[in-house]
Design a protein. Structure first.
Length: 152
């Protein structure tokens, strides 16, 4: 895993985009290490924020489209979402609709939510909006906290 993280760091903002996409999808990956290292190396914080947000949002929408295929066995096989977690995510999405996308930034739960949004065919544009808000706010807070703490 260290090799992959180091490789992505070498790619700068493009590596940030890839790391954020992976982290936003159902693939287990942490983009924070890449972002923190790049911020520490002096990479433009706003560029990192934009590319991290876009990559993470696209990763979440990738999950949405996997879910929208509507085959639970595919979701279990490819997204590695166990039936119990998928049902829990679907109950949450049934209750809150597209607003559930605001919590798509939460590790593991966010992937279940984005898959469930697609599986239940919640309006794609409303889902995109809430997923975008949740994920962007997360990266903004990470960027802001690191910049404030280390005077970047």
């Amino acid at each position: 895993m260290d090799f992959i993280v180091n490789f992505l760091i070498e790619w700068g903002v493009a590596g940030m985009f890839i790391a954020a996409f992976l982290a936003g999808s159902f693939i287990p990956f942490s983009s924070e290490a890449v972002m923190l290292t790049l911020l520490g190396a002096g990479t433009d914080p706003w560029g990192l924020f934009v590319w991290a947000s876009v990559g993470n949002i696209l990763g979440g929408m990738f999950n949405y489209f996997v879910g929208s295929m509507g085959k639970e066995e595919w979701i279990q096989k490819w997204a590695k979402v166990p039936p119990k977690k998928l049902k829990k995510g679907m109950n949450y999405v049934h209750r809150y609709g597209a607003w559930a996308g605001l919590l798509s930034w939460i590790p593991l739960l966010g992937s279940v939510i984005t898959v469930a949004l697609g599986f239940l065919r919640v309006n794609v544009w409303a889902s995109l909006l809430t997923i975008s808000l949740g994920k962007s706010i997360r990266y903004y807070l990470i960027m802001w906290l690191v910049c404030e703490a280390f005077n970047v």
